[in-house]
Design a protein around this ligand. Structure first.
Ligand SMILES: Nc1ncnc2c1ncn2[C@@H]1O[C@H](COP(=O)(O)OP(=O)(O)OP(=O)(O)O)[C@@H](O)[C@H]1O
Ligand SMILES: [Mg+2]
Length: 349
């Protein structure tokens, strides 16, 4: 597509790449708008809250900051929309509406969005998401999270993408075609699972510490590693209300490494699904994305464990926060919406 055509199109169409995550949602628009917010919606607990807030709900980090007088709702659980009640659906609708508004569409413009969801999100879940998207955008397509990462990095053939998020780890084999269900795996062990494991491992060794999942997550994000420890994980905790320092290096290793067996098993299974002559190339093209790619030593660890299969090359993406939605935006801009039906589930157009 030429520059001129590109500009001409951008006038009537606003393209959005949306990485709808369990913990955070990242958005990029074809007009250069880029933002990240917590995937959370807050509602006033009572009339006083409503007066303080001055509106029926508030979305993202702002909601989190006001959490003392708001009911916080996370519309995504394990990476997919919770569809238990009408209320849950409404929470997701509020989040989506807010995202689109924040992207500042212009009057009369068509909004075309590519939305990333976990690789194996159920058909019902995708349909629900599209139904909601239909209310706020003109054309929407849902694609798998690892596929949009791969698209953004131009790793579309003989590659494997591992996206370690908060709720899910999504693994996808890229074979030069739109990946089908047999090319993708979704594991429910990801960042949140590490937090739980870490909390338990710390409490087992140091029962006197006051622990919760927020503390465990903070320790993880500060010290996470697999394999040899790059430094001692010494953190200031609280015991009986007083600050105390503890070395939790072993607990951090155990919790982070707890993710690895399932990931390795899935990589090995997907690797075998490539044509035999392509397997050695795919092995040298493994990309780790998502917040979990920040775990120190993860590339070397996976590489080492795959040694029986040959020489593996594993790299971590440069920008785990935005690489997913950057890929989704690129897909939206490069492929005209009339082809979207070939790629994923679509509404509108
Ligand atoms: N330095 C770090 N080490 C380990 N984990 C980290 C680090 N920084 C962030 N994380 C974790 O990464 C996860 C968030 O990653 P990401 O933003 O990719 O998830 P998400 O897209 O919201 O979730 P999902 O893809 O499952 O819906 C959280 O569990 C967070 O604690
Ligand atoms: Mg994600």
């Amino acid at each position: 597509m030429s520059q001129g055509e590109d500009r001409g199109q951008a006038k009537q169409r606003l393209f959005l790449g949306i990485d709808l995550g369990t913990s955070h949602t990242a958005v990029m628009s074809s007009r250069g708008k880029k933002f990240l917010l917590k995937s959370v919606v807050g509602y006033p607990k009572d009339v006083i809250g409503l007066k303080l807030l001055g509106r029926p709900y508030v979305v993202g980090d702002e909601a989190f900051d006001m959490r003392s007088y708001l009911d916080l709702r996370y519309p995504l659980q394990d990476g997919v929309l919770s569809e238990i009640s009408e209320r849950d659906v409404e929470v997701a609708r509020h989040l989506l509406t807010h995202l689109v508004r924040t992207a500042e569409p212009e009057e009369g413009e068509d909004i075309c969005a590519v939305i990333g969801v976990p690789a194996r999100a159920s058909a019902a879940n995708k349909a629900l998401l599209l139904k909601m998207a239909q209310e706020v955008v003109h054309t929407a397509m849902v694609v798998s999270e690892p596929f949009m990462v791969a698209y953004g990095l131009e790793k579309l053939v003989n590659a494997i993408v591992v996206d370690i998020g908060a709720g899910t780890t999504d693994i996808c084999a890229l074979k030069g075609t739109v990946p089908g269900p047999e090319d993708q795996v979704t594991l429910t062990k990801a960042g949140n699972y590490v937090d739980e494991r870490l909390q338990n491992a710390i409490l087992e060794r140091h029962p006197e510490l006051q622990m919760n999942l927020n503390v465990a997550c903070a320790v993880k994000e500060r010290f996470s590693f697999v394999g040899p420890a790059p430094e001692a994980s010494v953190y200031e905790f609280r015991a009986a209300g007083k600050p105390v320092q503890r070395d939790v290096t072993d607990a951090v290793r155990i919790a982070c490494e707890a993710l690895m067996p399932d990931i390795l098993e899935s990589i090995e299974t997907l690797l075998q699904s490539f044509q035999p002559e392509c397997q050695a190339v795919a092995l040298r093209n493994i990309i780790v994305a998502g917040g979990g790619s920040r775990i120190r030593g993860i590339a070397g660890y996976v590489q080492e464990k795959l040694r029986p299969y040959g020489v593996a090359e594993v790299t971590c993406v440069k920008d785990p926060t935005f690489d997913g939605c950057r890929g989704a935006l690129r897909l939206a801009e490069e492929l005209p919406p009339q082809y979207w039906r070939q790629l994923g589930d679509v509404t509108g157009s």
